[in-house]
Design a protein around this ligand. Sequence first.
Ligand code: SER
Length: 602
Amino acid sequence: MSTEEIREKYLNFFKKNDHAEITPSPLVIDSDPTTLFTSSGMQQLVPYLKGEKHPKGKRLADSQPSLRLQDLEEVGDNRHTTFFEMLGNWSLGDYFKEEQLKWIWKFYTEELGISSERLHVSVFEGDGEVPKDTESFEIWKKIGVPENHIHFYDAKKNWWSRAGIPQEMPPGEIGGPDSEIFYEFEDIAHRPEFGSFCHPNCDCGKFLEIGNSVFMQYQKTDDGKLIDLPQKNVDFGGGLERVSAALLNNPDIFAIDIFSGVIGKIEKETGRLYGSDISKDVSYRVIADHLRAAVNLLAEGVIPGNKLHGYVLRRLVRRAMFHFHLLGSGISGSAVSHIAEEYRKYYPNVDKNWQFIDENLTAEATRFEAALKRGLAKLTRAVSEGVEIDGKFAFDLYQTEGFPLELSMEILKQNGMNFTRDEKNSFEEEFEKHKSASRSASAGMFKGGLAEASEITTKLHTATHVLHAALRQVLGEHVGQKGSHITNERLRFDFSNQQKLSDKEIGQIEDLINLKIAEDLPVTFSVMSLPDAIASGAMHFFAEKYGQEVKVYTVGDPKGIWFSKEVCGGPHVTHTGEIGGVKIIKQEKIGSGIIRLYATIK
Ligand code: SER
């Protein structure tokens, strides 16, 4: 059965059971400053899971394209991808455990014909606050799942919320115990390096999680307790590609139809066969995965860049290019695009926007290929001249050419040289220094030179926060920062909004900013964990993983009435009065739904 048929069968099955099909969200989230991409089907349904009425009713289903970047480093094994489709069905205060578990079992075993003997299920074992889910256990038994295929796990494995286990949920977040379904590949052995006791949640690859029914019934309160939501919901998610792999009885999800065309083209390009050398398989998978994510992002209008969505897209394309080098061949930008074109067959949006995708993908890949070549030449020259290639050398190469450490190491290995652990550590030290500098820069979305910020740029930096808050107040909460740049003369600020602002709106925004300056509000910061920052209402961006602690700058009283709160590296003035006054001098529409403003200090 093709992957597309599985998707269709799933939607038909739930439609037959009175579910309305809803339109999936776009991958790219523009309006929410807390998150960059859709990573699960429930994201667009949060208000309805909390009790609001959904216009399409209480039973919904869809197949949601999703992007999970926390899996980026895991891509390369046989079952993780960044982009994937999530089959989803929801009960918004309608049916609950009994119907859900029966339906999903019926769908997998009868509609798809997966042998029930190959399936295992898991159930929440309970913790201090939430009892053991004996109800699901009994339902599974009634369905006919033998007890030795029903496994109890703690909250780390059998609890779902966007923030993880109950203790990590910020106030307001919703979640609940869940029950997962696993497919067992009987003909592959458990790998001994994982220990002798293998079970569905073992990482050895013998079991593949193919579906998760979340019983979304709790919400975290401000004082850290879990209380019942006004209604009991079901939130099911199943990875379409994984279901397809289970049906093929192949533990490698890159063996499914969607990937086969691309893998075939990579084989042609590199002259090597996938599967012929296990140590190289990772590269085929990374290329196939990253190009699929990249074309789907491009299809939504993202262009490679240094910030936010564009930065993620750039990383995906570059990692794919880098893996071509690991396979022993450079590749032209147009050849990369030719490979990625295979995905047109599967994604109508990619097909429709192919010309745009092709141009941008080719351009980015060509640029990076040239940088890789320059880096390669520098490195080979240094090697042949007997220059010592230490961590610092590799880091400089990384910084000037974007040349990845893994590639330096690989090339050294090919030349019979090894990077010692110390050298690797010194690269990593340099890298960490660089990362924490850019992390605090991107935390404030204020690029570069924070340490040597002048008085005027400091003022402009605070003015940017005040402008951001004023825009949201005057135009609405859909306004989210897309980029920002400050020089000694002016600030530049890009944000999401459909059309250019009217003169009246500009006047209102300027007046509000200048009012806040006249009020001479204090500007202070405190250091806290990211979840605490979110809980305090601070705006922030997930362009990259933040460290444990972030700085939150508040304009106004952080514990009382405040005007703006943002996760940011600083520096800022101490009182808004120091800014003097702000004037908006120019606006441009720079892309679909993105407006750019320029402003100066009066
Ligand atoms: N929200 C759950 C998940 O993302 C189930 O849909 O896994």
